[in-house]
Write a protein that binds this ligand. Structure first.
Ligand code: URA
Length: 230
């Protein structure tokens, strides 16, 4: 939210007072004096007027987890263990999952409390590739790659999938890169050829690669560099 809106939403300042506070350089965000009314204030920003703290700001948190089979990508579930159960962190209710995986899909899951950051990763408009290793019941035909590149019509959503790249790794295994995350997207793409996906593993989301030193069920905080890459 813009800093002028943030301040005028507080009961103690009207819009005219906010304009003055900014012109008189009495406002700071994260320790830096701010006079531009458009300056962005986030949940994680520390906002002060005349040195008095008006919003302490929470700490932004980012984790990568190697999702094992047999757990759900949800923050709570009445029946099954969730990926959040695997995290030994405080205030887990403030965290959310950036891009879910099916119950039996394994691989990279990103968990954060930063909604802007996770939207950048998951929105199709940012065109960040999500890369999967796929194993299928039947051999993967040479026609698959062309069809996936052209896009497949999904009647339920009434849309055509964005161009996807398929690279064969063996007769029944391939690496697939997609830039959306539609419901069961990969399984439905192979389902078009009546070919069942028997194992699915997410290796990468945008610039972030699953750390191969993480065993299934393990996680770690992202580095500052990894956070900045998104
Ligand atoms: N596509 C699927 O079908 N399942 C997943 O878990 C992820 C992508």
């Amino acid at each position: 939210m813009r800093v002028d809106r943030f301040l005028s939403n507080l009961p103690r300042f009207n819009r005219k007072q906010v304009r003055l506070l900014l012109v008189e350089r009495r406002v700071s965000v994260d320790g830096v004096t701010v006079s531009d009314p458009h300056h962005e204030v986030r949940a994680f920003s520390r906002v002060c007027v005349d040195g008095e703290m008006l919003q302490a700001g929470t700490q932004a948190r980012y984790f990568m987890l190697h999702k094992p089979q047999g757990c759900v990508s949800a923050t709570s579930d009445p029946q099954h263990p969730t990926v959040l159960d695997l995290l030994d962190e405080p205030d887990k209710h403030t965290l959310h999952i950036a891009g879910r995986l099916d119950y039996n899909t394994t691989g990279l899951i990103l968990i954060t409390n930063d909604g802007q950051w996770s939207r950048r990763l998951t929105q199709p408009s940012t065109k960040l590739p999500k890369v999967y290793r796929v194993e299928t019941e039947q051999p993967i035909g040479p026609e698959y790659a062309e069809t996936f590149k052209a896009g497949l019509y999904f009647a339920f959503e009434d849309l055509t999938t964005q161009p996807a790249e398929l690279a064969l790794l063996g007769p029944n295994t391939a690496r697939l890169s997609i830039i959306e995350g539609r419901y069961h997207q990969v399984k439905r793409m192979f389902g078009h050829f009546d070919n069942k996906v028997i194992a699915l593993h997410r290796e990468r989301m945008g610039p972030l690669q699953l750390d191969t030193s993480l065993a299934p069920g393990e996680y770690r905080a992202l580095t500052d560099d990894e956070i900045r890459q998104v």
